[in-house]
Design a protein around this ligand. Structure first.
Ligand code: DX5
Ligand code: ZN
Length: 216
């Protein structure tokens, strides 16, 4: 299974997004965190920013909607250039309808679960999903510590869906990536680890190599 690294631009310098994205040329995906100040306490960026950075980056965008009403906004993010649209099972929108809308817009659909949410929450939707995101921190902030207690959920989902992409998000670094890969994850979001490092490109490559070796 292909291991994919998805640098989170939440940890990058928003005044220099084009330059920051250039540092991610070896990444498989770009992770875009969208926060509404309601589903999570923070506010980050919206569709206009996605639309602007789409013009300067060819890597597929993995858009993580930490918002209460994703159904209202998926079309905006699809039009802005999102390739994968991920929203939370804990949101207020009807899940099936939101997934159907993402798929009808020609985009890949993903569902995310917070650390306290059971893996069972995604099971009814697996047929429609390209990816499941198992949060390894409480959503809302970058720079938190990886919660190893979430690993059994990855093992459970991997056992049910051997071919689906399973993404982890929060506290991923060259050490924790190994733990998540062993549990069955294959898509790794990394914000601080990539953008706060001396050499983002070599960090991306190291994350990928460590994930590949751990998954063997
Ligand atoms: C947290 C976001 C993450 C965040 C990860 O709510 O969903 O994508 O950017 O940041 P790090 O890698 O610094 O934990
Ligand atoms: Zn995220």
């Amino acid at each position: 299974m292909e291991m994919k690294i998805s640098p989170s631009i939440l940890a990058s310098d928003y005044a220099n997004l084009e330059k920051e994205l250039d540092k991610c040329a070896s990444a498989q995906l770009i992770h875009v965190d969208v926060m509404d100040g309601h589903f999570v306490p923070n506010i980050s960026i919206g569709a206009p920013v996605v639309s602007s950075i789409k013009k300067v980056c060819n890597i597929p965008f993995d858009v993580h909607l930490m918002i209460s009403n994703p159904l209202q906004y998926v079309e905006d993010f699809a039009n802005a250039g999102a390739d994968i649209i991920c929203f939370h099972t804990e949101c207020d929108s009807p899940i099936d309808e939101t997934l159907d809308k993402i798929i009808s817009l020609g985009k890949k659909a993903a569902l995310a679960i917070k650390p306290g949410t059971d893996a069972k929450a995604v099971i009814p939707y697996l047929d429609k999903l390209d990816m499941v995101l198992v949060m390894t921190v409480e959503p809302g902030f970058g720079g938190q510590s990886f919660m190893e207690s979430t690993m059994p959920k990855i093992e459970a989902i991997r056992a049910m869906a051997p071919d689906i992409d399973i993404e982890v998000d929060g506290g991923i670094n060259p050490e924790t990536v190994k733990i998540a890969a062993k549990a069955g994850a294959n898509v790794f979001v990394a914000g601080s680890a990539v953008f706060k490092s001396e050499n983002p490109e070599s960090t991306i490559n190291l994350l990928k190599t460590n994930a590949e070796n751990a998954a063997k």
